[in-house]
Design a binder for this molecule. Sequence first.
Ligand SMILES: Cc1ncc(COP(=O)(O)O)c(C=O)c1O
Length: 364
Amino acid sequence: MTSQKVFNFSAGPAMMPSEVMHGVQNEFLNWRGLGVSVAEISHRSQYFLDIAAQSKNQLRELLNIPENYHILFLPGGARTQFASVPMNLMGDYQQAAYVQTGYWGYVAQTEASRYLSINTIVNAEHNHYTHIPDQKTWADFSDCAYLHYVDNETIHGVEFDFIPSAQNVPLVCDMSSNLLSRPFDVSKYGLIYASSQKNVAISGITIVIIRDDLLQRKPHAALPSIMNYALQVKHDSMWNTPPTFEWYFADQVFQWIKKQGGLSVMAKHNADKAKKIYDYLDSQSFYQNKINKQHRSRMNVIFHLPTPELDAAFVKQAQENHLFGLKGHKILGGIRASIYNAMPMEGVDQLIAFMKQFALLNIP
Ligand SMILES: Cc1ncc(COP(=O)(O)O)c(C=O)c1O
């Protein structure tokens, strides 16, 4: 057990803002003086309906979501959306277009391929997912049901620095690891989804933002009701008992972001943190990050040490120094420092200080 402050660099479930954690703890057993926990009240009660309505309004305000978009809070994580998207949006189309700039883009299309044919219009595997090919080089997708991409590849540490132009094809985006990290133009999208466990809340709830006209598309005949967007819109995301505690938690996080000054403040905070780490990485040669500078993730900073043994020693000693969760994903190895909204600059400073010290002692 440690009593010293620990900075948590886990990729997700990830660090939550300490102010939110304390607030939730303070009112956990006795919510609003009712003598019961928010985790114990009915989702049909006016108390919870107020939380649901407030969270939706706050998210609309934070992201400036136009009125012709619906906001859903659903169970099942982003992986459920990998199936929900094709099943709901296929209509009479034969194929959907997928952009593959990392692991999650690959997994999303593999799941979708169970329901319609996939046109991988760009695949960055050939460059080991180190950069995002210019849109001018992407194949044609004009006859596709939608164009899907992953804005931030959480494992490969690659993030889009532009919104793809999709013309008349609905643009669909997995923003699981960077939603709420910066402002962007929602009106460019047909559908956006994100699981919660990075910048939104604890794990267990998924945000879906969908443009109204897409609800008219004829879904797959076997679409389960729980995954049916039109039905969930009609039932205000309560076709089944929703993950109420996670929903309440998200509402607390939205309030916290608003209190910090909104998404432009978050964006600056995140850019400053990322710049500090990348500037350090670029200033030395012990730690290696091979991602094209333009596409380096502001959320997940990945790097390798000279050997896997040194990677392991780094993770172990970092934890002994109160820096938690730095082990890279198993398919890539190395180190991953996830620095979502909740990570303060102090955590980044301590990580860099540790990196300098570790390098000094271990340079071959
Ligand atoms: C970008 C991205 N998409 C999808 C997923 C899968 O999310 P879930 O485990 O909530 O289904 C993750 C998980 O970390 C992710 O980072």
